[in-house]
Ligand binder design. Structure first.
Ligand code: NAD
Length: 504
């Protein structure tokens, strides 16, 4: 691993490509407009990015549709797609330092996490779907012997992938990998403030052999490029991850245009439910602290609520504070940093606003609560220290709303029924965890909690092998696993008349 000084030097010399990637090449926006992209660690301008709008989305969608119809990717032998996606995965790993730096400098993820989690995880997604794609068989339905009935899967066509800023590489890969593996063409619209790694990703896909037009990236503002993609008549499906408010806009865009499919993965307010018989308070405290402070709390399934039995409350809070105090907060480009910056000034203001609300709600600040400067030279950076709020009313704004920052809301409960009621008293249903040694109770609580993922005696174990998505206001789309591959295909029925059952 490079040193902090070496990473800073590399960041200074970065000359990232920041135009639109359409039809296999980088092009300026038709309007010629650009916008700044900033480094959360110090608020400095990294570069300017092309501000694509309706005209550029139209060019990208046409290119994607043309590539799809030509069959240059969609009709190829699965083993051809497998070979190219495997090479793409290898290229991601071969360019790990560059991709990690682009991701880290724009999102504020610690460089160590970008190197060890974001880039390898994105590479693994492409490899996993590449490996899967020639192992999936279609079906023959049990029709009478006078017919042969086939149920086959076909790619949908053009997929519009719209992603948020918190894990650009990982979330894009969760969508692109199955969509491409199934033979679709894609137009990716990254979030306004995190474009650079996605643009490089598309270039690497092209280098791996993905034909021009099969993967396009249109950078730009949500209300412009995002909306144009949502409304485009050549787009067959939108796969969206982001806020509930914008997710619903995509349903409206689809309803008002071509009725395209829309899959939504939205926010969360995921609870840990810790019972009095938790086996290991220290292990639980580790999971609770990492579950909310990793990536400075900007994780959709982050464990932002801690529901804890009153008898273990004080011990668990003490242990969690101990872990939180040991986490190293620092410069994004310092390889030893564990917690770094919030993505943008706007998000920083949002988090600080919630800390003011917390004061009004009269919760207790057991830890933190302030904006900080973790290292010299980063005074303009967007850093908030790990914060633990106790005596939170689950029905108040701190207990209900998604803060998306390093802020843990703690509420006590007295019994299992109350714990389940509190866990479900949320508009969200993305994830939860249950901490108990009682197997029967664990199973019962898992059944009762309305969430897309429930962990037992652990938290945030994420893997491409299992689906990820939510219930209720957390959306209904599912990324990851073979189910995601299915979601980028449509079923076709073929009914072949064989005439009489008599042998000829
Ligand atoms: P956001 O909804 O503001 O933006 C998401 C994407 O939508 C971006 O690409 C943005 O440019 C685009 N967009 C914004 N306004 C638009 C509009 N009017 N029309 C069309 N497109 C528009 O969300 P965000 O602030 O980038 O991300 C944070 C949110 O994402 C949080 O609520 C978080 O919980 C959620 N999230 C969910 C998951 C999940 O898997 N469920 C994962 C990560 C983040």
């Amino acid at each position: 691993m490079l040193t902090t000084e070496q990473w800073i030097e590399r960041a200074k010399n970065l000359r990232p490509k920041a135009d639109l990637f359409i039809d296999g090449k980088f092009v300026s926006a038709v309007s010629g407009k650009r916008f700044d992209t900033l480094a959360p660690r110090d608020g400095s301008v990294i570069t300017t990015v092309a501000r694509g709008d309706g005209a550029d989305v139209d060019a990208a969608a046409r290119s994607a549709a043309k590539a799809f119809e030509s069959g240059v990717w969609s009709k190829t032998d699965p083993r051809h797609r497998q070979a190219i996606l495997t090479k793409f995965s290898d290229l991601i790993l071969a360019n790990r330092e560059e991709l990690a730096l682009l991701e880290s400098i724009e999102t504020g993820h610690p460089i160590g996490d970008a190197m060890n989690v974001d880039v390898p995880s994105a590479a693994r997604s492409f490899r996993w779907y590449a490996e899967a794609l020639d192992k999936i068989y279609d079906e023959v339905a049990p029709a009478p012997r006078t017919a042969l009935t086939l149920i086959t899967r076909e790619p949908l066509g053009v997929i519009g992938a719209v992603v948020p800023w918190n894990y650009p590489l990982i979330i894009s890969a969760w969508k692109l990998a199955p969509a491409l593996a199934a033979g679709n063409s894609v137009v990716l619209k990254p979030a306004e403030n995190t474009n650079l790694a996605s643009l490089r990703l598309a270039e690497l896909a092209f280098e791996a052999g993905l034909p021009a037009g099969v993967l396009n990236v249109v950078t730009g503002l949500g209300a412009e490029a995002g909306q144009a993609l949502g409304r485009h008549p050549l787009v067959d499906k939108i796969t969206f991850t982001g806020s509930p408010a914008v997710g619903r806009m995509f349903q409206t865009y689809a309803g008002e245009t071509n009725g395209k499919q829309v899959a939504l993965e939205l926010g969360g307010k995921s609870p840990h439910i810790v019972f009095e018989d938790v086996a290991d308070i220290d292990a639980c405290a580790e999971a609770v602290a990492w579950g909310i402070f990793y990536n400075a709390g900007q994780t959709c399934h982050g464990g932002s609520r801690l529901l804890v039995h009153e008898s273990v409350h004080d011990r668990l809070i003490e242990a969690t504070i101990k872990v939180a105090k040991q986490l190293k907060m620092g410069d994004t480009l310092d390889p030893s940093t564990q917690i770094s910056a919030i993505v943008s000034e706007r998000q920083l203001e949002r988090v600080l606003g919630y800390l003011d609300i917390a004061k009004n709600e009269k919760v207790d600040f057991a830890l933190g609560g302030n904006r900080v400067t973790p290292a010299e030279g980063l005074e303009k950076g967007y850093f908030v220290e790990p914060t633990i709020l106790t005596n939170v009313d689950n029905a108040g704004r701190i207990g209900q709303e998604e803060i998306f920052g390093p802020v843990l809301a703690v509420t006590k409960f007295k019994n299992t029924a109350e714990a389940i009621e509190l866990a479900n008293a949320s508009e969200y249903g993305l994830a939860a965890s249950v901490w108990t040694q009682d197997l029967t109770r664990a199973h019962k609580v898992v059944r009762e909690v309305r969430a897309g993922t429930v962990w037992v005696n652990t938290f945030d174990v994420a893997d491409i092998i299992v689906p990820f998505g939510g219930f209720k206001n957390s959306g209904f789309g599912r990324d990851r696993s073979l189910h995601a591959l299915d979601s980028y295909t449509a079923l076709k029925t073929t009914w072949i008349n064989l005439g009489s059952d008599e042998p000829k």
